[in-house]
Design a binder for this molecule. Sequence first.
Ligand SMILES: Cc1ncc(COP(=O)(O)O)c(C=O)c1O
Length: 394
Amino acid sequence: MTGLLPTYSRQPVSFVRGQGVWLWDDQGKQYFDALSGIAVCGLGHAHPVISAAIADQASTLIHTSNLYGVPLQQQLASLLCDLSAMSGCFFCNSGAEANEAALKLARLHAYRNGIENPKILVTEQSFHGRTLATLSATGNIKVQKGFEPLFPGFIRIPFGEPAAVKEALEQHPDIVAFLVEPIQGESGVREPQCGLAYYLESIRALCTEYDCLLMLDEIQTGNGRTGRYFAYQHSRILPDVVTTAKGLGNGFPIGAVLTRGRAADLFQPGTHGSTFGGTPLACRAALTTVRLLCDGVIENARTQGTRIRHELEKRLNPLHVSVCGLGMMIGVVLPRDATPLIALGREAGILFSVSSGNRIRLLPPLNLTPLESDLLVAKISQLVECFLTQDHSL
Ligand SMILES: Cc1ncc(COP(=O)(O)O)c(C=O)c1O
């Protein structure tokens, strides 16, 4: 057999066309895409303004390399810095690469401070990527299995507990950075139990007190997904480093690392780089995406997200189903294994994912109309009600 390496166990469906929240498979069947390419296509599929910008840029200039100035890169960096209140930006091509860059910043921070054996704080149930360093930072042994020895120096603590951060920082004076998702995505939309703003404000204060870089992984929560441009903007804090990717290019691959303060002057010529990072084409796609997101779409994610969660709660709470999340990052937690729902949903023409066995993850486009939101609620409620009230184990 020749062909693709089997790194994914793929579902038996192939899509050939998209439009907004809709996808069509090669048999002509239509699906409501409540996953958006795993939190990537925040403006939906085949957005006409983005498609036109990509086509225009592709016929103007695709790539020149980072040996020369790239004006679109500078424009995108300024826009992202304005939006985030950060001061510096590095472009790469994916989430894992952005986190690799953040981990390198942590090492440089240690080097500058004469710390020889630096440690980085990470959390349980986190996901940070599939490169060797980022899978080592990830809190999931399934992702790490077979790749030992892991990249050294990570200290793992429970997610969402400021007391655990304080205890670790007190016990290990050589911790130089804390890498954490504001809301955990891959493990099924897990928010800090003590509240997002309280958690962020507590860990910000602790990181400042112990001279530890606060590095937020906003690969999934960024670019409007939670109803603010970045999830930390639901609080009053600023991180030292923030990483993002996924929704930044609406499907065109691009990642970014934003820095400020102590983290802003760590990278110097020769310390980091990427051949493809920040090509004119990637930056044009991202510039167009970010401008559209900031033109009312993020507010829409906030209002439609609240509406979807409330309606789902109303319909599903009686079945002991809870609903969590923020903006268009929505978790529906079932009292039992929800894995069979992926196939049942597909048959019913709706796409989503299931994490940690019983958590449905909904990541719809951020520009859903009220009618599309109602359709999503109707489809999910009906599926879950049917699933929980009929015995599918028979
Ligand atoms: C929070 C988080 N960090 C990092 C990554 C890795 O991103 P990529 O798959 O683009 O390397 C992901 C991907 O799911 C993610 O959700």
